[in-house]
Design a protein. Sequence first.
Length: 419
Amino acid sequence: MFDGLDMHLYTLVAASFVAALLHTEQSDPSVREHMGYIQAAFLFGWAVGGGFFGRIGDVMGRSRALIFTILTYALFTGLSCFATTWWHLMIFRFLAALGIGGEWAVGASMLSETWPAKWRPWMAAVLQSGVNFGVVVATMFGLARTILPESVNILGIDVTNFNDRALFLVGLLPALITFWIRKHVPEPEEWHEAKKNAVTPGITDLFKGKILRTTILTILVCGFSLTGHWAFQFWAPQQYGKLPEFQKLIEENPVEGEAARKRAIAFAFLIMNTTAVAGNFLAAWLATMYGYRKTIAAMCLAYTLGLIFTYGVDRPASVIIWCLPIMGLTQGVFGLFTMYLPPLYPTLLRTTGAGFCYNIGRISAAIGTIIFGMATSIDYNMSLVLSGLLFIPAVVFALQLPEHSEVSFDEPATGASQS
């Protein structure tokens, strides 16, 4: 939940906050450009954090690494409140992303080692729903910020964009959960057993032997799907806010119109992220019925069709708001990766492997965010349709992925590994 909260806060205030940091209007093309740079830095940090903290999780243990990741993203999300230039914000978002990417890698491995195989798709749904719930909570805080003043005087200092800045302070809340983790979350038995009986492999082992094919396929599937997904997640709210009906409101009454626009964006994507919870459980059910491979491919294909249908032609806000739940349902595919990827690797390479393969997709997503940001200078709809087309190669490669039953390693079995 908390990583979903912290990662979504920037999306809610990106246009207005970046414009303020650049001392220009939101309509200035440089705002869109710098928004893309900041989001790209965030996604790149997510990828680096997945590999870095993934390695720590394999060497030092899952529980300890999990605490480090949460403290990292909570601290630097909160510090974003104090950014005075766009590059301050970019650095803080990069550092926060290190922790978010690391938490995914460490948490996914820990849970795959403590839950039986038959329950993993449902655990993936619960975990991803936690992320979605965090996004929903962030959206609710985003709605609440509209009642705060845009500027205040604190101890004689004029603070501009106070309502946007205050939102980042919410990101400090996850730090509190680390006290509970330290006391109540032990290291998985499977990790202890593997640590006693084997030498920790290096990251280069991801590209050796029978693991090589799995690594390449998962990187390709994650890379294409995450690039398309994040291009949509980041630019769709901007497209929605630029629709003619909202621009007309702003022209008629700049202050009230801008507030109405922000509320409309938050409400629309609140609906989508609420629907995504149902998508997580739909994906879990499909995975238990047809396997991970077919389910991942089918949901990526559905994501493509949803984006083409929604943005292939100009549609008013009253239509788009009912199309967004389609994308919400298909986003359940990303919950499956949480439980699908870790068991593809041996225990002492598990957090490194899952974190590296999933989060390497963030690098391509970072590049894609910048490229699609440039495309939006021509047309938002075209950019979003192109992002949907990226799911097509993900479908092709997903159909070649192995199922867990096709993967085996010479390791001592534990209860959590059995179905």
